[in-house]
Design a protein around this ligand. Sequence first.
Ligand code: NAD
Length: 356
Amino acid sequence: MQPGDIRISAADLTTFCAAALAGAGAKDGDARAVAEHLVMANLCGHDSHGIGLLPAYVKHAVDGLVDVNATPEILHDKGAILKVAGHDAWGRMAGEFTMMAAFPKAEDLGVCAVTLSNAHHLGRIGAYGEMAANAGFTALFFVNVTDHDPMVAPYQGTDARFGTNPVCIALPPTGTRPAFLLDMATSRIAMGKARVAANKGLRVPFGAILDENGLPTDDPAGFKGFEQKGALAPIGDHKGYGLAFAAELLAGVYSGGGTIQPGHERRGGIRNQMMAVVMQPDAFGDISAMEREMEAMWDYALASPPADWDSPVVAPGDPERSLRKRRAAEGVPLDAETLKQLNAAAEAVGVTERLG
Ligand code: NAD
């Protein structure tokens, strides 16, 4: 929470967001589901993938860069392999369709490798990880981003050649531990985090961004609104760059949706391709013994004496879980610039409600 931010309840944000999406042409059920998906990202603390994306989603719907009437389709179904075409449908709807298609196969065969091509923005990939974990599956996700200019520089490069290509690993809860949910961009900060920082006039960690000349900086000004001057840096130097590259190949190539290389059209929308490997944990052995071992490992990792006693060791997924509880009770903080952008987006599609 920064000075000047106001808090708005998740329920009010969802209603506003669904109205604006419906105003832009989304079917009622889709408008609600996409709105809930965005607001859940805010509740989890991922404001970069929350309601701040509404202006882009509205513009994409109005410009036909998301097809509000499209239905995802299974293109290939053989053995443990499934391929789904997103047909530019809302990412949230295409992502859920893909997971629901994969679960029965993983249940029958122990594993299902599924790809999704040409979906509109999938948003927070952890949402699909949670769908899998809550249904008792373990899942690995690799995602690439196309249809717009690249945002992330390769390690040792000076300009953008990749998307923020997220990677997610989800394991179901055990008797004593919640789901393990590692859900991360392969850029040091998500594009939306640079946008949110620029909107708030804040700095980002030095070196998380390269400026227009390819030099490391902490100034996100080049990322204000939806412009981009400069590039994001990958996480973990050559290792994060390697993961981003792998996501490009696994998601972009195996799905058939394509990579971000410039031979493909870039319409200024956001398309995601995804490769998910969904596994039935039972297929790997005695589930109670596996759970006991996972809990022992979890206890061991979290018992490390913290460097700062106010910030004890937590597991991937824990920060989102605790913030979700707090923001559900206190509301989601929004800055004045984001509010202005949201209200302008709603006004542009004839919605009379205003936030703030
Ligand atoms: P982040 O850096 O906030 O968190 C990354 C992971 O680290 C999470 O699993 C989190 O639980 C874990 N984590 C954070 N602090 C921790 C701590 N102290 N101890 C242990 N674990 C900790 O997330 P991000 O990289 O900024 O990504 C934000 C969101 O953006 C994700 O939901 C991602 O899926 C989404 N994303 C989507 C796209 C897309 O094209 N659809 C692209 C990029 C990112």
